[in-house]
Design a binder for this molecule. Structure first.
Ligand code: SF4
Length: 439
């Protein structure tokens, strides 16, 4: 009988990519995939530990799977497994715990698991031991329009609040050949947009034995071998947004005018405590260069609120900087202490209720800035990649994203998913725009 498997991913796009690759592997071997709300024979939970909340959700998903089918085989993998093995072991019914190093081997391990073996079987090795990029056995699956392509893993930066380098290991780049092979595969299948992913994307190439390989060279190779319409970069650290990368936007029109550059704080004292590798002045200068070349660029960011030592002045510095830059979206992360990270040794912690209040202020500001950014697109013509079709009050609509990350709805049209349509923005509201076909 066909075995059913349900997947759940918590956390970043890299995790999503890795789950997608595992899903393809199971499908290729005759399994049927089902949602996590359905009864399955196997559940695979790809966990996250970047915040306390992510870890809590990871454990919650494991317990949910156990409740749905207590007889199922439950697999827990990913960063929470690396960071908090004791708690994961205590979740009921887990059959297999596989750390990041073993994630790609889960299929082989599960085939060899005998029902009488003591549960859970544990396969974990220290992230320090992961020295090479681990190639997935299958390309990841995603929607038929935009595909995530992982090009890098790990990080050498050791920001004081972050435990990722301890869980995923040091920076490692995927080979150019493997990246291009995946790009050629998706190009042949008609994908329109590719999102390049990494834990520290900008560091791509730094560990390869060829000093000429970096992110920009890779982009030029992708453009050379494929007809892909759009290349989007996922999150990139400020020090890697250099002149070469900014010039690349001019050379390669395929590069989307959207960058997510984590700021984390607008205060130099806090940035230094966070062990970030830039000052607010350097960040502002880079933003100025980007805007000079691309006045329409969408800049999004992450901010940690309530990092130890963040006083009212430091928080106001962050608010002012966020407002001045005019990010189109801010992802707000209330600071949560993590075991192992350096920041957990800092005194001068910020009260929970102050963190909540500051987070709210920043979220409100982000909403206002999103509205303003979308408003600036009024009257402009942009290409929209159609991603979904539907009906609203008997009116058919198509919707999709512009390259600068504005969601646009088109009413009374008969477009198909995957079409790229030139659109004039005729109306904007808080979180999206309405367009008409440009004449
Ligand atoms: S750059 Fe900093 S925040 Fe990002 S993964 Fe590396 S250590 Fe963590």
């Amino acid at each position: 009988m066909t075995q059913k498997i349900g997947f759940k991913t918590i956390g970043c796009k890299v995790n999503q990519y890795e789950t997608g690759a595992l899903r393809q592997l199971f499908i290729r071997n005759g399994y049927k995939t089902v949602g996590l709300d359905e009864i399955a024979d196997i559940y695979l939970i790809n966990t996250c530990a970047v915040t306390r909340e992510a870890e809590r959700k990871s454990k919650q998903m494991i317990r949910k799977a156990a409740r749905l089918n207590p007889m199922s085989t439950i697999i827990a993998t990913g960063c929470a497994v690396q960071s908090n093995l004791i708690d994961i072991k205590e979740c009921n019914n887990v059959s297999l715990i596989a750390g990041n190093y073993y994630k790609e081997n889960i299929f082989n391990i599960i085939k060899k698991l005998s029902p009488v073996e003591e549960k859970p079987q544990i396969f974990i090795s220290s992230a320090d031991k992961i020295t090479n990029y681990i190639e997935n056995k299958c390309f990841s699956s995603s929607n038929r329009i935009r595909r995530l392509v992982k090009i890098q893993d790990g990080c050498n930066q050791f920001c004081s609040y972050c435990i990722i380098p301890y869980l995923r290991g040091r920076a490692r780049s995927r080979s150019v050949e493997q990246v291009l092979s995946e790009i050629e595969d998706l190009d042949g299948k008609g994908y329109k947009e590719v999102v390049l992913l990494g834990i520290n994307l900008g560091s791509y190439g730094s560990d390869l034995n060829n000093s000429k390989i970096n992110l920009v060279n890779l982009i030029s190779e992708i453009v050379r071998v494929s007809n892909i319409d759009r290349i989007r970069l996922s999150s990139i650290e400020l020090p890697y947004v250099d002149k070469e990368l900014i010039d690349a936007f001019h050379c390669y029109p395929e590069l989307c005018h959207h960058l997510h550059i984590p700021l984390q704080s607008g205060d130099n004292r806090i940035l230094s405590l966070m062990n970030r590798k830039y000052t607010s002045e350097q960040y502002n200068r880079t933003v100025d260069s980007l805007k000079e070349q691309m006045p329409d660029i969408a800049l999004t960011t992450d901010i940690i609120v309530g990092f130890p030592g963040e006083d009212e002045t430091a928080f106001q510095n962050t608010l002012n900087m966020v407002r001045k830059i005019g990010f189109s979206k801010v992802h707000v992360f209330p600071y949560s202490e993590r075991r192992f990270n350096l920041a957990s040794f800092l005194s001068d912690t910020v009260e929970e209720k102050v963190i909540k209040e500051r987070s709210k202020q920043l979220i409100d500001l982000s909403k206002q800035l999103t509205r303003e950014y979308i408003g600036k697109n009024l009257g402009k013509e942009r290409d929209v990649l159609i991603e979904s079709l539907g009906k609203e009050n008997e009116l058919s609509f198509a919707s999709g994203l512009t390259d600068n990350y504005v969601k646009v709805f088109l009413y009374n049209t008969s477009y198909e998913k995957g079409q790229v349509v030139k659109v004039k923005i005729v109306q904007t509201n808080g979180s999206y725009a309405v367009g008409e076909p440009a004449s």
